[in-house]
Design a protein. Structure first.
Length: 545
């Protein structure tokens, strides 16, 4: 061959026996000269490779179109380069041998198909990818004539068998050039893929292993009928020790937090039926480390991701994500990697925005137990209800040393001030009856205070207030009398003392647990007109967020 290669042909006819035999061989055929023909169907800028084959054909002269074919073919140093100059496909060598190809019986029996060091370089651009762009669209036919071929001969059903398939030391290099803050680059190397006895009508087991981005490992098991892809199958993957930092660009775009470290393991079992994926995945993230939030970015979710990570982590810095996932493979937007990342992000975002349930579960509590510390009206001492909840929150802080909590006092100010006024009015009557003077300086205990607070507005109390305010008997209500009897300054002083003492008692108890730097009581209170009773509301956070 003028452009490189040797072609040999040997044909024997046995006229008396009406048989023929043909031996053909091609060796070291340079494929580059055939680039012009390749360009008719593929968008490529270069074609390289060396082709060889040994084909043996035997047949009957009475039926020359139905021979029996055996032989082998090989391809070495094959490469296709796309229009952007990227070597999209590269294969070190391909070998296949045919044990029997019988065109009359429609039997295709191959011995071995071996691919050695195949490499795919895939690039995703904004509106296309280089692999899909390799294939030119077929021009629409302009002919209106339909050609009908009729035959009385019924063709035999297709039968095929590939005894052995081996893909060895493959590599996939993926670049997403369209992703914001990218590009994202990922490599799967040392890919080994094998199967035996591939045929139609029964399930075949495919085994796979690979190295993920020069660090983690992948093992896969696929069971499917290759002749009936619509039947679907089972696809199981097991990935271990994958650096999470490899996916930092997706975290940046989703949350503005870069990933600085950590490892993940990923096990998934998937079933496909009617091109619909039903998947269950178990993901473990170990020692996830997020960098500082990028304030120059506008992420998809504006959430405190460091809090989400710390909420999910157990004491050993392990996060376990166990969730089902579904997807439609017919959807052009469907990508399994994006599906997995979406599942992970949903779990992390939920933990960051609603951490209470997860934090409560860490100490065997209910969400409400670690979200609020409630007080009775006019209560400032800590009782068992308050200390028990502080203990639960303290246990959380001990288990998760990266998390702080802020407690803000929330109350309906007008309601509590009105109650204070009523209390001081009834207290005056109580002191008068029990100690001889409504101004007696007596430190009442919680039992007496509760007794006073729940006193009915009796005629004795009304009479006492009428006497103290010089009001005409029977002309004013209890509220009007209390308003005259209790100075506004006394209400102000009492309310301030109650609010201050509540916070001080909280701080004192927290100090006893040596957590005052991480369990902060905010001095400024917040008003809520819908609040029946006062309470401290907890906000959990990571210090640097």
């Amino acid at each position: 061959m003028a452009e490189g290669g040797v072609f040999k042909l040997d044909i024997d006819y046995n006229l008396p026996g009406k048989t023929y035999a043909c031996d053909m061989s091609i060796s070291n055929l340079d494929l580059h000269p055939f680039l012009v023909y390749t360009e008719s169907s593929l968008e490529v800028s270069d074609l390289k490779g060396w082709f060889g084959a040994d084909i043996h054909v035997k047949g009957d002269l009475d039926n020359p179109a139905a021979p029996t074919i055996t032989g082998s073919m090989n391809l070495n140093d094959f490469a296709l380069t796309d229009k952007n100059g990227i070597e999209a496909v590269n294969i070190s060598s391909v070998f296949i041998n045919a044990k029997e190809i019988n065109l009359e019986t429609n039997v295709y029996h191959f011995g071995s198909l071996q691919l050695n060091r195949p490499t795919i370089n895939a690039v995703q651009y904004a509106d296309y990818d280089n692999l899909s762009a390799l294939v030119k669209e077929s021009p629409e036919s302009t002919s209106v004539e339909q050609i009908k071929v009729e035959s009385d001969v019924e063709s035999a059903p297709l039968q095929y068998l590939l005894e052995e398939f081996r893909l060895q030391n493959g590599e996939i290099n993926y670049t997403d050039a369209a992703v914001a803050n990218g590009p994202f680059k990922y490599s799967i190397s040392e890919i080994n893929f094998s199967a035996d006895s591939l045929t139609e009508g029964r399930n075949v087991t495919f085994n796979m292993d690979a190295i993920m981005n020069a660090a983690g490992t992948l093992k896969g098991l696929v069971i499917t009928d290759p002749g009936n892809p619509a039947k679907g199958g089972t696809f199981d993957l097991d990935l271990n020790d994958i650096p999470i930092e490899d996916f930092s660009v997706f975290s940046l775009n989703s949350t503005a937090y870069p990933i600085k470290g950590g490892r993940l393991s990923f096990q998934t079992k998937n079933k496909v039926l009617d091109n619909k994926l039903n998947s269950h995945l178990i993901m473990k993230l170990y020692k996830t480390n997020l960098g500082d939030k990028r304030n120059d970015l506008k992420p998809e979710y504006n959430v405190p991701m460091k809090l989400g990570v710390m909420v999910l982590e157990d004491p050993k810095k392990l996060i376990l994500i166990d969730v089902p996932a579904e997807g439609n493979l017919d959807d052009p937007e469907f990508k399994y990697s994006k599906l997995v990342w979406k599942v992970v992000m949903n779990v992390l975002i939920k933990a960051a925005t609603s951490p209470y349930n997860l934090l409560a579960g860490a100490v065997g509590a209910e969400e409400d137990d670690i979200k609020f510390i409630r007080f009775e009206l006019l209560q400032w001492e800590l009782g068992p209800e308050q200390t028990a909840k502080i203990d639960m929150i303290s246990d959380i802080l001990v288990q998760k040393p990266g998390i702080n909590v802020q407690a803000t006092q929330v109350l309906d100010v007008a309601k509590e001030r009105k109650l204070i006024q009523d209390y001081l009015a009834k207290k005056g009557c109580f002191l008068q009856q029990n100690y001889g003077s409504d101004s007696a300086k007596i430190d009442l205990d919680p039992v007496d205070r509760a007794k006073i607070l729940h006193l009915d507005e009796t005629p004795e109390i009304i009479a006492f207030l009428e006497t103290k305010t010089n009001a005409v008997a029977g002309t004013l209500s209890f509220n009007e009398l209390a308003d005259l009897y209790v100075p506004k300054s006394a209400v102000d002083e009492t309310h301030k003392r109650i609010l201050t003492q509540r916070a001080a008692n909280m701080k004192q108890y927290i100090d006893s647990k040596e957590l005052s730097e991480r369990f902060l009581i905010i001095d400024v209170w917040k008003e809520d007109v819908n609040r029946n009773k006062p309470r401290f509301e907890m906000v959990y956070e990571v210090k640097e967020e």
